[in-house]
Structures are given as C-alpha cells and as structure tokens.
Design a protein around this ligand. Structure first.
Ligand code: SAH
Ligand code: SF4
Ligand code: F3S
Length: 431
C-alpha cells in the first residue's frame, strides 16, 4: 500500500541542463523507491522543472499550474513541486493554490527529503552542490552529462547566473565514471553540458583535456558538447576536436549580435571580427563542421544599423542553423536597467526578418548535402516508420526504417524533407 503511493510524474521545460537535472532527480527518486508514471493524473508527486530565460518561458508554467486546480481539489493529498529556474526566480509561487514545494536548481537533495513531510515550503539551496556522486541511467541512446554547474559570466541580458549560482566544475573521476556507465548501459552519444563548457577546470584539467578523456571511453560512438562562449574558447579545442574521430564536428557558438557596440553592451567580451576569425580557424581544421548559434534581436539601444550588422554577419558566416530570440527584459539583470528598450512590435519585425534570412541559408546548407555520401549513426525511431540518425558533424538525418539503432551506415542523401536530409543506405559503416 505504502509503496504504491510513491508515484511521480516529472515534466521538463527549458534547456539541456534542465533535462539533465530531471534525469538526476529521477535517479534520486528511483533510489528512494518512487515509481515514474507517464501522466500527472496517475501521480502522487508532480514535479515541474521550469525555465525562466525569457518571459514567455516563465508564463508557460503558470498556465500549467492553473490547469491543475481541479486535480488538486479532487485529490488534495497530491504533492506539487515547482523545480528549477522559475523556482529560484519567483518564490511567490509558493502562494499559488496548487503548489506545495519550491525547489531551486541547487536544492534537489533536500527536496527529496522534504516532500515526504508534506509541509510545503521553499527548499533551501546548497551553493556548493555538485550532485557529483549521482550517476544517471540512459533514457535513450543519446544522453546529456553535466560537467559544470552555474555560470560566472553575467552577460547583461541573462538571468541564468542569478538562478543557477556560481560556477562549479565536477571532478574528472565522477564525469568519467558516469560516462562509462552511460555507455555500458546503452548510450551511443554523450553531450557534455555546461553553461560555458570552456570554463571547465578541475585540478589542472581543462575542457579540451576532459573532452579527450571522455572520448577514450570504449564503446562511445559520438561525443558532443554545449555551449561554448567565444571569448573563452581554449586554443587547443579545435585541434582536439579535429584529431579525435569520436568527437562530433559540431560547434554551437552563440554570436548574439553582429554589432560590436551591442556585443559590448551585452558584456560578451569579443568583437564581430574576433568571432569571424574563430570560425575561420575552426573551418580550416574541420571543413565539414556544422555550426549553429544563438542570436538576440532588439537588445536595448539596438539601432536599425546594429540590426543590419547582425543580418550581415549571418549572411557572411552562413550558420547551419540559428536559435533566434527577441530580447526579453529579465528583472534583476543589468540590461533591464538600460534606457532605449525597443518596442515589442519592432523586436518582432526584426526577429521575423532575421528568421527568414537564416531560414533561407539553413535550407541552402541542407541542400548542399544532396548526392553526398556520409556516415550516420542511427539514434532513434522517427515518424512514419523512419529512423533518425546523426552524422559525424552532428546533423540530424532521416534514415529508412530498416536501419538498426546504434549502428553506423554509409548513406547517400537523396532529398531534403523540410530541412531534414533524407538518406538511402549504401552499407554498414565498418563493413
Ligand atoms: N549558457 C548558454 C545558454 C544561455 S541561454 C550560453 O551562454 O550560450 C540560451 C540563449 O538564450 C542565449 O544564448 C541567448 O541567445 C538567449 N537569451 C538569454 N537571455 C535572453 C533574454 N533575456 N532575452 C532573449 N534571449 C535570451
Ligand atoms: Fe547567460 Fe552568458 Fe552565462 Fe550563457 S555565458 S548562461 S548567456 S550569463
Ligand atoms: Fe536553462 Fe532556462 Fe534555466 S535556459 S538554465 S532552464 S533559465
């Protein structure tokens, strides 16, 4: 009877780091004999792991909580917890009629102890928390592994450092142990995570060193990482990527703006020229590199001319893909105090223009792959009986249903569906 009661449902919003955190919370709950269920209605414990990076992300969770008022009335004993970045940003949520616990990102161990007490509260954080001894299990063949927590950068628009506290680098041996057990339990691809992986530093081991060490794990087929801050990129990183076959030739390098004036106001610590030179170096060493980025439009004080410089940079650099956002004013950040905030309608106009410019490039880049033969690792079941795979440069490729998950194939791309290249199998990669 008692055991049956411990059913939990967890829903994750936000970035890869939040997804990893949810896996870690699951690991903690399973160790305490909780059982995961697929819907909130079946659960006694409901967890929402939330994102506050932009205003609309934060609003989403309010909608979800309001929709649970009926369920909470019907079953007043269920425990509902708001975890993650919104939990840190909006502690007022503890007064919401359905919310029992508020647990910021560095409080999850205490949360697990607290939820059994039923005395709802704001769970205290541990600013040194590393969760280093928690080893997640693979939820599918491609998994995340966090190597740092927190961020020390304080880019002027960004709320993350206020929500996730200061940088902590996880011990090398714990990273290797988790990576090994993930691979032994069936993971083919690992993505190392940090707000800025280039900040990793543990007893003289830096990011290129840990990348190399993880790449040596037997059975690992693809190794990726997210995210790199351009200003901190170690000189050794591109050569290590280029010379290590298992490391995906994939770089997510947020540019944020093409205007030096705006980059300075964003406190990004690099110029447009510096960024372009980095990309030149990377592409010289890795000609098939897939390059993606993040861009913000409508930052306070961004003039039409500044915006045009962003469009120019996008056309010059030709990113394979970009994640593009309208600036969202976040309370507590430096940029929220800047004058010259841009009108919403203008931000929207700039965003649409940027998106249509980049979409054209994304499509052209995908089309360049047609008729090419590439090696692809099958990752998961896709739609309409297809399989989904990843190329050595981190590109998502659609494969025929006969492709076996975890196997590598040489395929020939014969068309583009939306923006996804579709391939025919020529042969298994190592045959
Ligand atoms: N640590 C990572 C991710 C930060 S959040 C990094 O530095 O790249 C992911 C992206 O959200 C950022 O790169 C930025 O483009 C965007 N972002 C962050 N704060 C924002 C804000 N206030 N308004 C709009 N976009 C924002
Ligand atoms: Fe935010 Fe900058 Fe830190 Fe990224 S590096 S999380 S954009 S403050
Ligand atoms: Fe990630 Fe959103 Fe927090 S982007 S770090 S979940 S604010």
């Amino acid at each position: 009877m008692g055991k049956q009661k411990n059913k939990f449902y967890i829903r994750t919003y936000g970035c890869q780091m939040n997804k990893y955190d949810s896996e870690m919370i699951k690991t903690l709950l399973l160790e305490e004999n909780f059982e995961e269920v697929p819907t909130a209605e079946e659960a006694n414990y409901i967890f929402f792991n939330t994102c506050a990076v932009r205003e609309n992300a934060e609003k989403r969770i309010l909608g979800r909580l309001n929709s649970l008022k009926g369920l909470k009335k019907e079953k007043p004993d269920i425990s509902i917890s708001v975890l993650g970045c919104v939990a840190k940003h909006n502690k007022e949520l503890i007064n919401h009629p359905v919310v029992d616990f508020i647990a910021p990102p560095d409080s999850y161990r205490s949360l697990i102890k607290a939820i059994r007490t039923k005395n709802g509260k704001i769970v205290p954080e541990n600013y040194c928390e590393q969760y280093s001894d928690i080893f997640t299990s693979p939820s599918n063949t491609s998994v995340y592994l966090s190597i740092t927590r927190g961020c020390n950068h304080f880019c002027s628009y960004c709320i993350v450092p206020y929500l996730r506290n200061r940088l902590r680098s996880r011990p090398v041996e714990d990273i290797l142990r988790e990576a090994e057990s993930l691979v032994n339990e069936g993971a083919n691809e690992i993505t190392l995570l940090g707000q800025n992986v280039n900040d990793y530093s543990y007893k003289g081991v830096n990011f290129p060193d840990i990348l190399k060490k993880v790449s040596e794990i037997k059975g690992l087929k693809l190794l990726s990482f997210l995210t790199s801050h351009p200003a901190d990129l170690p000189d050794k990183l591109f050569p290590v990527m280029a010379e290590t076959p298992v490391v995906a030739k994939y770089l997510h390098l947020p540019i944020q703006s093409g205007s030096d004036k705006i980059l300075a106001k964003m406190m990004r610590r690099y110029t447009n020229d510096y960024y372009i030179n980095l990309i030149k170096r990377a592409r010289a060493l890795m000609p098939d590199l897939t390059l993606t980025t993040d861009i913000i439009v409508g930052f306070p004080g961004e003039t039409e001319e500044d915006f045009k410089q962003t469009l120019k940079a996008v056309k010059l650099i030709r990113f394979d893909q970009a994640y593009m956002f309208a600036y969202s004013k976040r309370e507590g950040t430096l940029a929220s105090l800047f004058p010259d905030q841009i009108k919403d309608s203008e931000k929207k106009r700039r965003l649409q223009l940027l998106i249509s410019t980049q979409n054209e490039i994304t499509k052209e880049k995908a089309e360049e792959l047609v008729e090419k033969e590439i090696s692809v690792l099958t990752m998961a079941n896709g739609r309409k009986g297809q399989k989904i795979g990843k190329s050595k440069s981190g590109k998502i490729i659609a494969l025929p249903g006969v492709a076996k998950i975890g196997f590598e194939y040489i395929i020939k791309i014969y068309k583009i569906n939306g923006w996804i290249p579709v391939g025919r199998i020529k042969k298994e990669a190592d045959k």
